[in-house]
Structure formats: C-alpha cells, structure tokens
Design a protein around this ligand. Structure first.
Ligand SMILES: *[C@@H]1O[C@H](CO)[C@@H](O)[C@H](O)[C@H]1NC(C)=O
Ligand SMILES: *[C@@H]1O[C@H](CO)[C@@H](O)[C@H](O)[C@H]1NC(C)=O
Ligand SMILES: *[C@@H]1O[C@H](CO)[C@@H](O)[C@H](O)[C@H]1NC(C)=O
Ligand SMILES: *[C@@H]1O[C@H](CO)[C@@H](O)[C@H](O)[C@H]1NC(C)=O
Ligand SMILES: *[C@@H]1O[C@H](CO)[C@@H](O)[C@H](O)[C@H]1NC(C)=O
Ligand SMILES: *[C@@H]1O[C@H](CO)[C@@H](O)[C@H](O)[C@H]1NC(C)=O
Ligand SMILES: *[C@@H]1O[C@H](CO)[C@@H](O)[C@H](O)[C@H]1NC(C)=O
Ligand SMILES: *[C@@H]1O[C@H](CO)[C@@H](O)[C@H](O)[C@H]1NC(C)=O
Ligand SMILES: *[C@@H]1O[C@H](CO)[C@@H](O)[C@H](O)[C@H]1NC(C)=O
Ligand SMILES: *[C@@H]1O[C@H](CO)[C@@H](O)[C@H](O)[C@H]1NC(C)=O
Length: 735
C-alpha cells in the first residue's frame, strides 16, 4: 500500500531530527532529580534500563522552539513519546531548564521569563524525588520518613500522541480525570492536533474523534484481556476507574502512536491499528463513521494518496496559517471541488498548499519532487460501482414486476373461482326453483315454466315494437308463444327484482288468485337475473291488469274482489297443505317465523294478510308510508282502532261497494292475523263469517307483526332464528 509505506517513510523523517539531538547530548545521566536539582538543555535524564531519556528537544530545526520531551531510545527507532509543553513553547532554546525546587515544585524555566509548572504541591515539601522509570513514565514521588513513597504526579497521566504499556485510556471516576491521546498538529509540530483516541467505557470500544466529531470506532472489545493488531491489551473497569491499556507481551517494546493524519500505528509503523485517515465522512467501512454526505464533485473510491510531484507554482494556492494542521488541509481540499491535492506550507507540518489543475499539464510526477497528497479519482471503482448499481436496480425492477404479475394472476384466479362458485350456486338455485315450479304447476293444467329461448323468440328478443307499455314492475311485451297463443310477457324490472325464493312464493300467490275475472297467468320464466311472467293476452284490457299488486284499476270492482276472497277461502278449506305462501315476507305467521311451527292456522294468517291486501289494493310487502313506520297490518289495525276501517279501502273502488261487506272483510282479516294461533278462526268459520255477518262474534286483538318488516327481521335474527327459508333468502340475496 502506498499509504502505509508513505507513513512509514514520514516516521523516519520525523525521528531523524532526534538522532541529531541525541548525538550532541553529553551528560550520561542519572535517572532521578532531587530537590534543588536542575536539568539544562545539554543534560538528559535516562531510565535505569536506558530505554527512555527526558531532555530538551528542538523538534523542528527551522524554528528556535524547544520542548521538554521523553524519547524512546530503542534500537530501530528513536521517537518522542511524551511532550511536557505542547502548547507552551519555549522560544529561547539554550536557557531552558527543568527544576525540582526545595519546596517540591516541578517546573520548566527559561531566561525570557517563561515558567511552566508541571506540579506544585499544596503542602511544600523538600522530601520529593523525580525519576524516569523504565516504563518511560516520569514520576514525582514523595518520600515518607517510614521509608515508603507516594506518587504526586506522573507523565503517564498526561498522555500526548503515544500510548505506552502501563498508560491508561479512559477515566478516573474518583477525580474525573480523562486519559486520551491527542495527535500532533503537524509532522514536526507537537501542538494539539485534530484527532483524539479515547476509550468509551460503556460501549467498551476505542474511538477516534476529529475536532470533537466521532469518525472511527473499533467496535466492542469483548475480552478483558485480548489482542488487537498484534498488541496485547487489558480492560479494567471498577468503581475507581475504567480504562484500556496495552501490555508488553515480550521483550520487544510495544507502543501505539496516533499520527496527525488520524492513523493509529503500532511500534514499527508496519501495522495500522486504525485508519481514521480513510474516513471521509460519508463512508462507513473499516470502522469509519458517517457524519456528512459525499460532496457532489467527489465519488466513492476517490482518495488522497501521497505522491512526489513537481508542480508549476501557478497551479498552487496557499494558506499560510499555522493553526491549520495536516487534516485541516485535507478537509478543506476534499470539500473544495477545484482542489486536486494538498500539502503542508510550513516545514513543521502546518499551513496548507493546495493544487488546482485544469489538466495534469504542468505537473510532473517524479521522485525528488514535492510531497503532495493528490486526490486520485478512482474511476475503476466508480465504474464498478455503477455496474453494481445498474445490476441491483435491474434485479429489483424484475422482482417487482414478477411480484406484480403473481399478485395479478392470483387475484384473477381467485376472482374466477369466486365467479364460478357464484354461477354454480345460481344455476343450482335456478334449477331447483324451476323444478319446484314445474312440480307445482303439474296439477294446474295451464301453468308452465317457459324456456328463456322461447320467450326471446316470442318477443323478438324483447324488441321495442313488441312493447305494450311500461308498468310499475317493468315493461310488458306482446308475444306469440310456440303454441301459437298470444301472450302478455311481463319482464320484471331490475329494481323490483326479487330473490328466487321470493319470486317463487309470489308466483304461487298469483296462482292462488287465479280467477275467472282476472287475467289468466300462463306461466313464468327464470333465467339468470331475469324474472318473467307470462299472462294471457287480452287486447281489450288495461295494461295495469297484468301488474298485480298495484292493480289500481276500476276493472277490479268490489264485487269481483269479494268473489276472489270467497273463492280463495273455499279453495283453502279444501286443501290441507298450502305452505306455498309460507316464506314470503309479510305472509309468514309469527309462530312459523319464530319457531318454525306450521299449522292450518298459519294458512289462516296468510289468508288474513291476503284479505287486507285485496281490500286495500296494496301488498303487505310493498306498503310504505313515511308517517306510519308500520306495515299494512299495522295500518289496518290502527284504522280499526280509530273506528275508521273503511279508510283502508282502495280509493279507486269509489262507491261501488257494500260498506258492511268491506268492514266484515277487514274484521275477518284482522281476526285471521292475531298473534295467538288459537284465537284465529278456522277456515270453515271464515267461510261462514264471509257469508253471514251474524257469525262474527269476537273483536280483533292486536295483530302479530304490527311493526314494519325491518324490525321483524332484526328480532328474528336476535333470537337466532334459522330456517331453510331465511337461509335461502340469504343465499338468494348473494346472487
Ligand atoms: C545518581 O543518583 C544516585 C541516588 O539516586 C546517587 O547515589 C548517584 O551518585 C548518582 N549518580 C550520578 C552520576 O549522579
Ligand atoms: C548544564 O549543566 C551542566 C552541569 O550539570 C554544566 O556543566 C553545563 O555547563 C550546563 N549547560 C548549560 C548550557 O548551562
Ligand atoms: C534562533 O536563535 C538564534 C540565536 O540563538 C538566532 O540567531 C536565530 O535568528 C533564531 N532563529 C529564528 C528563526 O528565530
Ligand atoms: C527540609 O525541611 C525540613 C523541615 O520541613 C528541614 O528541617 C530540613 O532541614 C530541610 N532539609 C533541607 C535539605 O533543606
Ligand atoms: C508512611 O507514612 C505516610 C505519611 O506519614 C503514611 O501515609 C503511610 O501510611 C505510612 N506507611 C506505612 C506503611 O506506615
Ligand atoms: C472526561 O470525559 C468525559 C466524557 O468525554 C467528559 O464529560 C468530562 O468532562 C471529561 N473530564 C475532564 C476532566 O476532561
Ligand atoms: C478504589 O480505591 C479505594 C481507595 O482509594 C481502594 O481502597 C480500593 O481498593 C479501590 N478499588 C479497586 C477495585 O481498586
Ligand atoms: C489563522 O486561522 C485562524 C482560524 O482560522 C484565524 O483565527 C487566524 O486569524 C488566522 N491567522 C492568520 C495570520 O491569518
Ligand atoms: C476553492 O479553492 C479556490 C482556490 O484556492 C478558491 O478560490 C475558492 O474560493 C475555494 N472554494 C471554496 C468554496 O472554498
Ligand atoms: C488553466 O491553465 C492555463 C495555462 O496553464 C492558465 O492560463 C489558466 O488560468 C488555467 N485555468 C484555471 C482555471 O486555473
């Protein structure tokens, strides 16, 4: 990798100055300072094992600043591992001196009046000693008379950019003191830089922040003792402190350095512990955290790479400001679309130089040139990404289309299945109804179930020319039946269209009302939704005649109506079973509706309803009055109670009636529809009552089903009333 090689190269560069300083140091040293001792710029204080030395060090020979540093004297590398005065620079490099005075204050002084106090005891003590330990820790201790020592101050509590074994990252809960690394600002500038490496005790992970912004996470470290990038570590968490520390596994010295680029490297610089330098803000790979979007002019895979290049000065712009460090220059360049590279302006690594080129003309990549971080546009990756995206989008689109087709197919099949079921049910019902009607009509010589095709041919496909007129229940056509007979064919309109069961019962009712004075019903036809009645054709008679139920005609005068009533009463008397009417709303006796009990008195009930219908010229089921939310039965009962029963009469009857006869009929009708079946008269009694007024003895009681049908339906449902009739009705309503 170009990057890691480069960082290794930079490290060598960084430490080469150290050798220069080390060489000129003269005083081979002791590892302690006693009260009153000083350490001047030509001295150094080394640990017993000679691995570390503390001394004044001029990091950047270009400037006269000097720093008190602890240096790693290791064979392969020599490096600053600690700096005492990062942001407090000593300008006079020759007069600086480290002093442990007799009152126990540890401080740095110089001729120009600078005094940097490292430690000042609250209680003055001349019994202290400052020692550089073999671990690289510079410790100020107090010696007690009983021979023990206690630590007053130690450099390990103030880490800089280097983590040594025994140094802690974390927090002291007792003192709220934090241990964290902060990178240098530039390669040779030890001032506080942009990056910090911290231990997050709650999530148990190492984190890197750039100027306070989280940019990298290690992820949770599960083991208290583990290994990370060839470094052994230990995690301690108790009521006093929570921290992470690296431990030296063998003789070889272990350390981590947080570079000014955001990278964390191990001792040799050949292994990256963390690459926060690869976190651009939008990417989340390798522990990087996202904190902003990709700038519009940048692409995924674009990255800065260190290159040596000769550049025309007209391609450069400068930011000569020492507060900007390496990573600040990078950040500015990344966000500026006209920027193609950056490097430091000052030798220490601060300030910025930016590259802007129209083309790479004027730039010559060759060793020996200036070291620049060049933005390399990763066209290969870009292309790959593009194709990956195109593939993904194509697959997603295909999947969506497939799912859509599947759903549609499924829905259609379901629909077809339901349609089929519905058709089957309908056909079954039609078939059974037709069969039933045919059976019923067998004993009635003239009644017949007609085929739909024969009706179509009879009416010339319901042609307008055949239309006789429009009745309340639908149009009536003239037609010639296959037998050659003329017929009036009533095609029930959709709005009045009933369920098959109701139609069937209605038909039977009409059959009962067959009378010499009425138009003759020849038969019916049921086909799918079609309900058709076929009557004999009587050219001289009004069309309304065919429309039973709303026969508002003078033709049916009272005499005829009374004859019909009498006639039915006699037919009923002779037949034992007239369950035909049963099941049609408004004709069901209460005991049948509620309990399914059918008796001869149930017929009487139906007959009662019929009488009231014939008198009033209105059907019980079709009765509707906004002011009277009751049915025909209720209406008749109320008029009776008010002493005006004659108001029930069909207004078309005019004066052509015998009021006593009408009243008698209403009286009988009301007797027939009484709640209690026992109270209702027998058929033979009815016949005698119709002919002989003196035969009527009882006054009518409150009838059953006084209220309207809706309420009745609700009541029966609430009593969980289920008979084949209601089931059929329910089924037929689905058709
Ligand atoms: C080093 O310090 C020890 C006491 O800590 C002292 O005995 C010894 O003489 C010192 N050596 C030098 C060279 O100053
Ligand atoms: C530093 O101190 C040593 C004695 O410890 C002395 O010989 C040397 O001259 C001093 N150097 C300076 C620059 O004061
Ligand atoms: C560094 O100090 C020397 C004298 O000690 C002086 O001549 C030189 O100008 C100084 N350099 C800078 C950059 O201040
Ligand atoms: C240290 O301080 C004590 C009193 O606190 C004094 O008696 C002693 O003489 C002092 N020693 C030195 C070397 O100054
Ligand atoms: C030694 O003396 C110090 C201060 O007087 C005291 O805090 C410490 O506990 C003593 N240690 C022992 C082992 O007695
Ligand atoms: C230590 O870090 C915590 C969390 O980052 C912070 O709240 C606290 O103020 C810090 N304490 C010190 C002394 O810097
Ligand atoms: C925490 O500190 C107290 C006193 O400073 C000490 O007694 C105790 O042992 C410490 N606890 C741990 C777990 O080190
Ligand atoms: C350098 O930059 C800082 C912060 O951006 C600014 O406050 C300061 O004035 C600048 N210094 C110079 C010399 O431009
Ligand atoms: C980008 O850099 C160019 C050249 O230094 C400068 O002129 C321009 O203002 C910068 N743009 C932004 C948005 O900072
Ligand atoms: C592009 O390069 C030409 C020639 O080197 C120069 O004159 C021109 O100013 C440059 N344009 C920009 C936008 O830097």
């Amino acid at each position: 990798m170009v990057c890691s090689k480069q960082s290794h190269l930079l490290l060598v560069f960084k430490y080469s100055w150290l050798w220069w300083v080390t060489c000129i140091s003269v005083n081979a040293a002791n590892h302690t300072l006693k009260p009153g001792d000083t350490l001047n710029t030509t001295d150094e204080l080394c640990s017993e094992n000679s691995k570390y030395c503390i001394k004044f060090y001029q990091m950047n020979p270009g400037v006269n600043y000097t720093f008190l540093t602890i240096n790693d004297n290791g064979k392969d590398n020599a490096a600053v591992v600690w700096v005492a005065n990062r942001d407090q620079r000593i300008v006079d490099k020759d007069s600086a001196v480290l002093v442990l005075d007799k009152s126990g204050v540890l401080k740095i002084e110089s001729n120009n009046g600078v005094s940097i106090i490292l430690y000042s005891s609250p209680q003055p003590s001349n019994n202290t000693v400052a020692s550089l330990m073999n671990t690289g820790n510079f410790v100020l201790q107090q010696l007690h008379p009983n021979g023990t020592k206690s630590v007053l101050w130690q450099s390990f509590d103030y880490p800089t950019d280097t983590l040594l074994p025994g140094m802690k990252l974390g927090v002291n809960h007792k003192t709220s003191h934090n241990w964290s690394l902060v990178s240098w600002l530039g390669l040779l500038n030890a001032r506080f830089g942009a990056f910090s490496l911290e231990w997050e005790p709650i999530t148990r992970e190492l984190i890197i922040k750039r100027r306070g912004q989280l940019c990298w996470k290690s992820g949770e470290l599960r083991d208290n003792d583990g290994s990370m990038h060839n470094t052994q570590y230990k995690i301690v968490s108790n009521e006093n402190e929570s921290y992470f520390e690296i431990t030296s596994s063998n003789d070889e010295l272990t350390k981590w350095v947080l570079l000014e680029t955001g990278q964390v490297i191990n001792r040799k610089g050949d292994d990256n512990v963390a690459r926060a330098d690869m976190c651009y803000g939008f990417n989340t790979d390798e522990g990087c955290q996202k904190w902003e979007e990709l700038p519009s002019c940048r692409n995924r895979g674009d990255a800065f790479e260190a290159r040596e290049v000769y550049v025309n000065s007209n391609l450069k712009t400068y930011l000569a400001n020492t507060t900007y460090g390496t990573s600040d220059c990078r950040d500015i360049c990344w966000k500026n679309c006209s920027c193609d590279g950056y490097t430091r302006y000052y030798t220490g690594g601060t300030g910025c130089v930016f590259l802007h080129w129209n083309s790479t003309d004027g730039a010559n990549f060759a060793s020996g040139g200036e070291m620049f971080y060049i933005l390399v546009k990763n066209t290969y990756h870009k292309g790959t990404n593009k194709w990956i995206w195109i593939t993904i989008v194509a697959i997603v689109v295909l999947l969506v289309i497939c799912a859509f087709i599947l759903i549609l197919t499924f829905k259609k099949r379901k629909h077809m299945f339901q349609d089929k079921k519905r058709k089957e049910l309908k056909t079954r019902m039609l078939d059974s109804t037709i069969k039933y009607l045919e059976d019923e009509f067998k004993n009635k010589q003239d009644l017949k179930v007609f085929k739909y095709t024969s009706i179509l041919s009879a009416t010339n496909d319901f042609s307008p020319e055949n239309l006789l007129g429009q009745g309340g229940f639908g149009p009536v056509y003239k037609g010639i039946l296959p037998s050659g007979q003329e017929a009036a064919i009533k095609r029930l309109s959709k709005t009045s269209r009933q369920g098959i069961v109701e139609f069937k019962n209605e038909l039977m009712l009409i059959c009962e009302l067959q009378h010499t004075n009425l138009v003759q019903l020849l038969g019916c036809c049921i086909h799918e939704d079609e309900r058709i009645l076929i009557y004999e054709y009587m050219p001289n008679k009004s069309l309304d005649l065919y429309l039973f139920g709303c026969s508002r005609t003078k033709f049916l005068d009272w005499k005829k109506r009374f004859n019909i009533i009498e006639g039915i009463a006699q037919e009923q008397q002779s037949t034992t079973n007239t369950s035909r009417i049963v099941g049609t709303y408004g004709y069901m006796s209460p005991e049948y509706a509620m309990e399914g009990i059918f008796s001869i008195k149930s017929d009487v009930y139906s007959f009662g309803v019929l009488i009231l219908e014939i008198v009033s010229g209105r059907r019980n089921t079709s009765f509707y009055d906004v002011n009277h939310p009751i049915n025909l039965i209720g209406y008749a009962w109320e008029l009776w109670n008010q002493g005006v029963p004659l108001q029930l009469m069909d207004s078309l009857l005019n004066d052509s009636f015998d009021p006593n006869e009408v009243k008698r009929c209403i009286h009988i009708g009301l007797l027939c529809i009484e709640q209690s079946a026992d109270d209702r008269p027998t058929m033979s009694h009815i016949v005698s009552m119709l002919t002989n007024e003196s035969a009527i003895v009882a006054l009518p009681q409150r009838p059953a089903f006084y209220v309207e049908r809706k309420k009745f339906e609700w009541e029966t449902t609430s009593k969980e009333f289920r008979t084949t009739t209601t089931e059929e009705i329910t089924a037929s309503s689905e058709i």
